[in-house]
Ligand binder design. Structure first.
Ligand SMILES: Nc1nc2c(ncn2[C@@H]2O[C@H](COP(=O)(O)OP(=O)(O)O)[C@@H](O)[C@H]2O)c(=O)[nH]1
Ligand SMILES: Nc1ncnc2c1ncn2[C@@H]1O[C@H](COP(=O)(O)OP(=O)(O)O)[C@@H](O)[C@H]1O
Length: 207
């Protein structure tokens, strides 16, 4: 029998945002959480990559060594994990359960391997693909973000092409949002989640 990670805490449906590095996933997630107080909770992933300036351990990611992360995976503490651009990333069971225990919509920012693996679990999220208007715009945004070395940038651009192809496979994503103008993309995202948002607001208001 498949292990149930979340069934006991049946509440609002989680939301997976996926798409190329630089497509705007973090920007959109942060805006959702800022504009809807006490509705969303971020699933804080583990990663072996170094923190960027301004990122906070335990908030953006749990920054860990490869040894620590692998040991934790081996103990069965992760729902999914993947190798992305030379680093490990993964969603622990605790990261999702912490959010679901508060009856909040759990937001996951994961790559395409994560999407494939989450589809094999009973999490049953809404799958949303965030896409850049073009590869040229994606490259410009990633360069302007100034977080990547040239090598890391090239790796991300290469993976972005694979991620874009993956998103075209029918039935993978429930919603596809092209993040050209940020406000428009945000409105589309909010519209896609409105039903879930209203459900949570109603329940949390009456409790
Ligand atoms: N599978 C999986 N992917 C993750 C997880 N956390 C982050 N990612 C993905 O890893 C990739 C790199 O993330 P990051 O290093 O923060 O770079 P950024 O996307 O360019 O901001 C992105 O595609 C994220 O969606 C996770 O827990 N599992
Ligand atoms: N619609 C947009 N127009 C212009 N710049 C954007 C837009 N959306 C995001 N950005 C910028 O592009 C960069 C990549 O966005 P980010 O949210 O970090 O992407 P991801 O989390 O998908 O890697 C950031 O510097 C962000 O401020």
């Amino acid at each position: 029998m498949r292990e149930s990670t979340t069934k006991a805490m049946a509440g609002p449906r989680p939301v997976v945002l996926s798409g190329p590095s630089g497509a705007g996933k973090s920007t959109l997630l942060k805006k959702l959480m800022k504009e809807h107080d006490n509705v969303f909770g971020f699933s804080v992933s583990h990663t072996t990559r170094n923190p960027r300036p301004g990122e906070v351990n335990g908030k953006d990611y749990h920054y860990v060594t490869r040894e620590v992360m692998q040991a934790s995976i081996d103990k069965g503490e992760f729902i999914e994990s993947a190798e992305f651009s030379g680093n490990m990333y993964g969603t622990s069971k605790a990261s999702v359960q912490d959010v679901q225990a508060k009856n909040l919509i759990c937001l996951l920012d994961i790559d395409m391997q994560g999407v494939k693996n989450i589809k094999r679990t009973d999490l049953n999220p809404i799958y949303i693909s965030i896409q850049p208007p073009s590869m040229a715009v994606l490259e410009k945004r990633l360069r302007d973000r100034k977080t990547e070395s040239e090598e890391s940038l090239q790796k991300r651009l290469h993976t972005a092409k694979v991620e874009m192809e993956f998103s075209k496979e029918p039935g993978v994503f429930d919603v596809i949002i092209v993040n050209d103008n940020l406000d428009d993309a945000y409105k589309q995202l909010q519209r896609a989640l409105l039903e879930e948002i209203n459900k949570v607001k109603k329940v949390n208001m009456s409790s």
